[in-house]
Design a protein around this ligand. Structure first.
Ligand SMILES: Nc1ncnc2c1ncn2[C@@H]1O[C@H](COP(=O)(O)OP(=O)(O)OP(=O)(O)O)[C@@H](O)[C@H]1O
Length: 824
C-alpha cells in the first residue's frame, strides 16, 4: 500500500503488528440462477488488514518520524497477529505467538477463517476493487442493486479503503469512474453494432448522507463549494432548510429518505466535486485511536435509470448548430437527429414523434449502488473518549450491534433456506411468520434493509488491525464477516413499466419541447411566407418599417426557438447515451430533492428571469417538477413488486390510506390546474404570434419610435400600436396568472408536505406499537412455552402415578391370589 502523507500518527503503537501481504479471490460470480433475470449468491466478504496496525491510543500525540516506518514494518511483519495461508489467499489464521492471548493456548486450535479474499498491506485499493468490487459495480450498470460496505473497528482503514486519499483513490471513486466508463463503452459498443440493438440511454443521480447520533443528515444539502457549477434553482421552498432528513416508509417504494437531495450527474468529475463537498461536511473527530476518526456512518448512493433507446431518431439529440436559435450548445452529431435546423425536417420529425411516443413507454430499469463507510466500533478503554466523543461512540457501537444482530438473524435464515433447499425463494420469504429481524432498531439497519434483505449484490469489506492488543476486536470482525458471508442474496433486475421515472419524464419533456419547436418553426415559416407579397408591394412606400418589422419578428421567432433548443439541449445533456460526449461539464446541472426537479443554466438564470416568451416551456418544466413531486417513485431502490417493503401496507390504517388517496386526488387537481394554465398561456402566445407580434422598440428609429411620433401616424401604425397594447395586456395577464399559479402550487405543496409529515408520524407510532406488540407476543410465547412445559411435566408425573397405581393393582391382585391359594 502507498502511504498517505498523514500516515505517521497511525504508527504510534508499539505493539502494532502489521500483517504481511496477503491476497484473495472474491466470489463475484453468481452461484445459482433463481430465475431468468436474477441470481442468488452468497454475500461476498473480503478481509483487509490495515497497514498501520495501530493498537493503543497514541500517548504523545506527536507523529513518529516517517523514516522509522520501514523498520517498524519489518518488525511488525514478524509479529503480526494474523497470517495468510501461503497457498490460499482466502484463508487467514491467527499467528502462533498469539496463543498466550487466547483461552485455550493451543497453537493447533488457532482461529482459521476463509473468505472470498484476504488483502494485506502490500495490496492496493485498486487491486481490491478489481477483484472484489468491480463485479458488483458491473451488475449495477446492468440493472441490479448493489451495496459495498466497509466494516471494522476504529482506525482499521475503512475510510482509507472507501474514500481513499490524495495518493490513492478509494473504492467510491474507482466505482464512479467505472460506472461512467461502462456506460460509455456499452453505449458506444451498441452504437457501433450494425443493428444498433441493445443501445441504452442512462440517467445517473447521486445522493450522500451520514447517520450521526441516530440522525440522518444530507451531506449535499448545502450549496456546494463551486457555486457556478452546482447552483441549485430547485431549493424547493417547501423543504426544511435543515440538513437533517427523515426515513420514510412508503407503501410502494419501501424505505425512502425524505428530503434527501439528489444531483443528476453526467461525468465522474461532477460526482467527485459533490463527493468532496460531502466529505468536507462529514463529521470527523480526533480520538485516542484515530486522529481523523469518522463519527458517523456514511452512505453514498448512485441511482441509475436506463432504458432501451435502439429506435431510430432517439438518443442523438443532434440539435445542429442551433437551428433558428443560433449559438445553442451542439450535442453529438447524429444521423438519427430528430431535429434539424431546416424546416424540411418538420415532416420527418412529425413521423418520428409518434415513434418516440411509443418507445418512451418502454420499461425503465432502476438500480442503486450504495457505498457505505461505517464508523468503527470503539472501546472507551482505548479511545479514552469523554463527553461528546463518548456519546458518539455509544451511538456508533449501538448501531453496529444492531447490524450484527440483523446479520446474525439473516445468516441463520439463509442457513435454514439452504438446508430447506428452497433455492428459489429469498431469505426473507423463508422467514417464519413471527420471525423478527430488528431492522428498525437503528437507522443504519433501516437504511440498509433493502440491501441486506435480499434484492442486492453485496460486498462487505471487513477491515482488521493486525495488532495483538486488537485481537479480540479482530475476532469479532472476523465472526461478523463469517456470518455476513452466509447471507444469501437473490438479486433481480427491477424494471418499472408503468410508473413515472425521471428518465421517462425527461424524455417526454424533450419530445414535447421538440414538438413545440417544430410548431414554432412552422408558424414562423408561415408568417414569413404570408408577409412576402406585402413586403414586395410596400417596399417603395415604407421600406424601413417593413425591414424592421420583419427582422424583429424574425428575431422573436429565433428567440423562441433558441429557448426551446436550449431547453432540449439541457435535458439531452443529462441523459447519457451513445456518442454523446455528454456533458459540457458544468454547463447544466439538475438538482433534485426527492420531491422536485428543475434545470439551471450556467449563468444561474432561474425560471423567473427567463423571457416571458418561454413561459410555456417553463410551465412545462414546472409541470414535470410537480409530477415528479406527486409521484416520487424513483428515489428508492426498493421499487419492486415483491419488495419486502410492500408488506408495509399492513401498517396503514384505513384512515391513512384514505389520506394518501386524497393526496393523490390533490395531485390530479394540481396537474389539471397546471394543464389549464398552460393551455391558456399557449392560446395567448399563439394569438400573439398570429398577430405577427414581436414589434420591438429599437434604438435609433425602430418601429417604436415611428409609433410614438404623432406626425408619422398611419392606420397601419395604429394597428401596430393596438397590437402592442394587446401584447402588453397579455403579458400582464400571463404574469398575474403565473403569480397566482405559483401561490396555488405553494399552497398545494404545503398541504401535501403537512399530510406526508402526519403520515410519517402516524407510521412511526404504528411502528412503535408494532414493536411493543412484538415484545408482548414474545413474552406471551415464552409464557406459553413455560405453561406447555408445566403441562408436559404434569403429564409425565401423571403417567408415573398411573404406572405406580397399576403396579399397585397388580401387586394387590397377586397378593389376593396368593391368599386364595394358601387358603385352598
Ligand atoms: N491500507 C492503508 N495504507 C495506508 N494508510 C492506511 C491504510 N489503512 C489506513 N491507513 C491510515 O490509517 C489511519 C486510520 O485509517 P482510517 O481513518 O481509514 O480508519 P477507519 O477504520 O476509517 O477509522 P474510524 O472508524 O475511526 O473512522 C489513517 O491515517 C489512514 O490514512
Amino acid at each position: 500500500m502507498i502511504l498517505p502523507s498523514d500516515y505517521e500518527t497511525a504508527l504510534d503503537s508499539v505493539d502494532a503488528a502489521a500483517a504481511s501481504a496477503s491476497a484473495s479471490a472474491s466470489a463475484t460470480a453468481p452461484s445459482s440462477s433463481s430465475d431468468g433475470r436474477g441470481f442468488a449468491r452468497e454475500t461476498a466478504a473480503t478481509m483487509r488488514r490495515h497497514t498501520s496496525g495501530l493498537a493503543t491510543p497514541s500517548k504523545s500525540g506527536s507523529p513518529r518520524p516517517r523514516e522509522g516506518y520501514q523498520q517498524q514494518q519489518q518488525q511488525q511483519q514478524a509479529t503480526s497477529s494474523w497470517q495468510t495461508h501461503p497457498s490460499d489467499p482466502r484463508r487467514i489464521t491467527q499467528s502462533d505467538h498469539t496463543a498466550s492471548h487466547t483461552s485455550h493456548r493451543d497453537p493447533g486450535r488457532m482461529a482459521d477463517y476463509s473468505f472470498d479474499r484476504v488483502y494485506g498491506q502490500a495490496e492496493s485499493t485498486s487491486t481490491l476493487y478489481d477483484e472484489s468490487v468491480r463485479g458488483v459495480v458491473g451488475s449495477f450498470v446492468d440493472g441490479y442493486h448493489g451495496s459495498v460496505f466497509a466494516y471494522g473497528q476504529t482506525n482499521s482503514g475503512k475510510t482509507h479503503t472507501m474514500t481513499g486519499s490524495a495518493a490513492e483513490a478509494g473504492v467510491v471513486r474507482l466505482a464512479v469512474r467505472d460506472v461512467f466508463h461502462r456506460i460509455r463503452s456499452q453505449s458506444t459498443a451498441a452504437a457501433a453494432s450494425a443493428t444498433n440493438d441493445g443501445s441504452r440511454e442512462y440517467l445517473v443521480r447521486v445522493s450522500y448522507l451520514e447517520i450521526y447520533n441516530e440522525q440522518i443528515y444530507d451531506l449535499l444539502s448545502q450549496p456546494s463549494p463551486s457555486p457556478s457549477k452546482f447552483k441549485s434553482s430547485l431549493q424547493h421552498h417547501h423543504l426544511p432548510p435543515s440538513t437533517s432528513v427523515r426515513i420514510f416508509e412508503s407503501r410502494t417504494e419501501g424505505v425512502v429518505v425524505r428530503g434527501l437531495r439528489e444531483e443528476i450527474v453526467t461525468c465522474p468529475e461532477d460526482v467527485f466535486a459533490l463527493l468532496d463537498a460531502g466529505d468536507a461536511r462529514r463529521r470527523v473527530g480526533c480520538t485516542g485511536m484515530n486522529k481523523t476518526s469518522s463519527r458517523s456512518h456514511s452512505v453514498f448512493r448512485l441511482v441509475l435509470e436506463s432504458r432501451a433507446s435502439s429506435s431510430k431518431g432517439e438518443g442523438g439529440g443532434g440539435l445542429g448548430a442551433g437551428g433558428g436559435g443560433g449559438g445553442v450548445p451542439s450535442l453529438a452529431p447524429s444521423s438519427n437527429s430528430s431535429i434539424n435546423s431546416d424546416s424540411d425536417s418538420v415532416t420527418t420529425c412529425g413521423t418520428q414523434h409518434s415513434h418516440h411516443g411509443a418507445s418512451i413507454r418502454g420499461p425503465v430499469r432502476i438500480s442503486s449502488l450504495s457505498l457505505v463507510d461505517l464508523a468503527g466500533s470503539e472501546s472507551v478503554k482505548y479511545t479514552g473518549s469523554t463527553g461528546v466523543r463518548q456519546k458518539e461512540g455509544q451511538y456508533i457501537n449501538k448501531s453496529l450491534l444492531t447490524l450484527g444482530h440483523v446479520v446474525h438473524k439473516l445468516s441463520e435464515m439463509s442457513l435454514r433456506e439452504k438446508v430447506g433447499g428452497a433455492s428459489s425463494s429469498s431469505a426473507l420469504s423463508m422467514m417464519a411468520p413471527n420471525e423478527h429481524i430488528p431492522y428498525r432498531d437503528s437507522k443504519l439497519t433501516r437504511l440498509l434493509q433493502p440491501s441486506l434483505g435480499g434484492n442486492a449484490q453485496v460486498c462487505i469489506i471487513c477491515n482488521i488491525s493486525p495488532a495483538l492488543s486488537n485481537l479480540e476486536e479482530s475476532h469479532n470482525t472476523l465472526k461478523f464477516a463469517m456470518r455476513a458471508k452466509k447471507i444469501r442474496q437473490h438479486a433481480r433486475i427491477t424494471e418499472v413499466a408503468d410508473e413515472k421515472t425521471l428518465l421517462r419524464s425527461y424524455r417526454e419533456e424533450i419530445e414535447e419541447l421538440k414538438r413545440q419547436l417544430r410548431e414554432a418553426r412552422k408558424t414562423s415559416a408561415e408568417i414569413q411566407h404570408s408577409q412576402q407579397p406585402r413586403h414586395h408591394g410596400q417596399v417603395d412606400q415604407t421600406p424601413k418599417i417593413a425591414v424592421e418589422y420583419s427582422s424583429s419578428s424574425d428575431d422573436e421567432d429565433q428567440d423562441d426557438t433558441h429557448v426551446l433548443v436550449s431547453a432540449i439541449a439541457n435535458l439531452e445533456s443529462l441523459i447519457l447515451k451513445a456518442g454523446a460526449k455528454s456533458t459540457q461539464k458544468g454547463t447544466t446541472t439538475t438538482v433534485r430533492s426527492n420531491s422536485s426537479t428543475a434545470t439551471t443554466s450556467e449563468d444561474g438564470n432561474d425560471e423567473s428571469s427567463l423571457p416571458s416568451r418561454a413561459l410555456d416551456a417553463a410551465l412545462m418544466r414546472a409541470e414535470s417538477e410537480v409530477a415528479s413531486f406527486v409521484k416520487p417513485k424513483i428515489s428508492s431502490p426498493a421499487v419492486t413488486n415483491d419488495s419486502p417493503a410492500t408488506n408495509k401496507t399492513s401498517l396503514m390504517t384505513p384512515a391513512t390510506t384514505q389520506r394518501v388517496e386524497e393526496s393523490d386526488e390533490d395531485d390530479h387537481l394540481l396537474l389539471e390546474e397546471l394543464h389549464r394554465i398552460q393551455d391558456m398561456l399557449g392560446a395567448v402566445m399563439k394569438k400573439k404570434r398570429k398577430g405577427g407580434g414581436g414589434v420591438k422598440s429599437t434604438p435609433g428609429g425602430g418601429p417604436g419610435n415611428h409609433i410614438n411620433n404623432p406626425e408619422s401616424r398611419t392606420p397601419e401604425r395604429d394597428t401596430e400600436m393596438e397590437q402592442l397594447r394587446m401584447q402588453l395586456q397579455e403579458q400582464e395577464v400571463a404574469s398575474t396568472m403565473r403569480k397566482a399559479d405559483s401561490s396555488f402550487l405553494q399552497g398545494q405543496l404545503n398541504v401535501k408536505d403537512g399530510i406526508l409529515k402526519e403520515v410519517s408520524v402516524l407510521l412511526e407510532a404504528l411502528e412503535k406499537r408494532q414493536l411493543a406488540l412484538e415484545t408482548e407476543n414474545k413474552q406471551l410465547r415464552e409464557d406459553l412455552a413455560g405453561a406447555a412445559n408445566m403441562i408436559e411435566e404434569a403429564d409425565a408425573a401423571r403417567l408415573i402415578l398411573e404406572q405406580r397405581l397399576s403396579e399397585r393393582d397388580i401387586e394387590l391382585v397377586e397378593k389376593r391370589d396368593g391368599v386364595y391359594d394358601n387358603s385352598e
